[in-house]
Design a protein around this ligand. Structure first.
Ligand code: KG4
Ligand code: ZN
Length: 337
């Protein structure tokens, strides 16, 4: 079954054709990052307008690159939640029009479920159940994936998402948006023990995260140094901070795995491209847990992951009606269509 998948929840206009949830026939991503960088973050109205401009070309290219015509496509999948509402509406409405024009079923897909599904492309043998660390710019969750469309959140962030924590600290150091990527590169050259950082815990909730205190600690450190006119050893700050954020993620994730008796661990989302997170998980899981991480090109937002998850949503009978709407906030275990 060939699914044409569309993603427009944030600042990437993306489309892909995916066969049977596992094989990518095309994967086209048009990024708007350069423009949002001018403002230090994603500007929602600009995002919506750029999606509107790009979507026809991106979908057309995805279909052509896959060597298909619209007639070869069996269904259209689209991200309907969560995300920037104006951005989501562009993809949802385009997909609805396409579905109406072609008579193919419309599959509503949850963005975080799709991030998890990027692993089905990278690892053909991977099947639920497993425990997944979903870490993106907007979310940080530990999710028990019981089945392809049946999930339970075990832990979540109480404040900033991991990607947000990286981006905000990077911004304070003058690193352009989205700073998480660059901070990761700079950290590779720094001394991670140069600046001891707090290791925040959420009282009574061992699987929940809190990054705001850590972010404040690094911002205070930067400001204090600047006020005193002292030079800031950026690589050391990046390395120390990255170690602390990654430490929080791995500690809670592995505790949840141990307590729940999960033996298969998976990561997903933009932050799962982080080099230290990948190395640390490999080290901690070695011989104890089966670890799966998406290939780096599938960590950030893309259409292929929507096509992968869309396939399993279709098998579960999740077909949208013509009144499908975009939803800005929707728990990962809920369906609203
Ligand atoms: O999943 P994603 O592409 O979009 C959302 O759904 O939010 O995640 C984007 C986030 C950004 O905050 C970005 O800085 C972060 O992922 N990110 C990274 C790395 N690559 C992307 N954070 C740390 N290290 C990286 N290598
Ligand atoms: Zn995402």
């Amino acid at each position: 079954m060939k699914i044409l998948a569309i993603e427009s929840s944030c600042d990437e206009t993306a489309a892909a054709v995916v066969e049977d949830g596992r094989t990518v026939l095309s994967n086209i991503v048009a990024s708007q990052i350069e423009e949002h960088r001018l403002y230090g973050g994603v500007v929602p109205e600009i995002a919506s307008r750029r999606h509107a401009e790009a979507i026809v070309g991106v979908v057309d290219e995805a279909v052509k690159t896959a060597g298909c015509t619209l007639e070869d496509i069996d269904a259209v999948a689209v991200t309907y939640a969560p995300g920037l509402i104006g951005a989501l509406l562009v993809g949802v409405n385009f997909a609805k029009g396409l579905s109406l024009a072609t008579g193919k079923p419309l599959i509503p897909t949850h963005h975080l479920r799709s991030h998890i599904a990027s692993n089905y492309i990278s690892h053909k043998e991977l099947k639920p159940p497993f425990l997944c660390l979903v870490v993106s710019g907007g979310h940080s969750h530990i999710v028990e994936v019981k089945d392809y469309t049946d999930m339970k959140v075990i832990g979540r962030t109480r404040d900033d998402a991991a990607g947000e924590a990286f981006d905000k600290a990077a911004r304070a150091m003058g690193i352009p948006y989205p700073g998480g990527v660059e901070l990761d590169k700079i950290a590779e050259t720094g001394d991670d023990s140069a600046f001891p950082m707090p290791r925040p815990h959420v009282d009574g909730s061992p699987y929940d995260f809190s990054f705001s205190g850590l972010k404040t600690a690094v911002i205070n450190l930067i400001h204090n140094r600047r006020q005193k006119g002292e030079e800031l050893p950026i690589a050391d700050v990046c390395a120390s901070y990255r170690k602390a954020v990654v430490g929080c993620l791995t500690e809670n994730f592995l505790k949840a795995a141990e307590d729940l008796g999960c033996t298969t661990l998976v990561t997903a989302g933009g932050v799962s491209a982080n080099s230290l997170l990948r190395r640390e998980l490999e080290r901690l899981c070695d011989g104890k847990y089966q670890l799966y991480m998406p290939e780096k090109y599938l960590c950030g937002d893309n259409g292929a992951m929507v096509g992968a998850q869309g396939y399993y949503e279709y098998l579960a009978g999740h077909i949208a009606k013509s009144d499908l709407n975009a939803i800005a906030t929707l728990p990962i275990n809920e369906n609203r269509f």
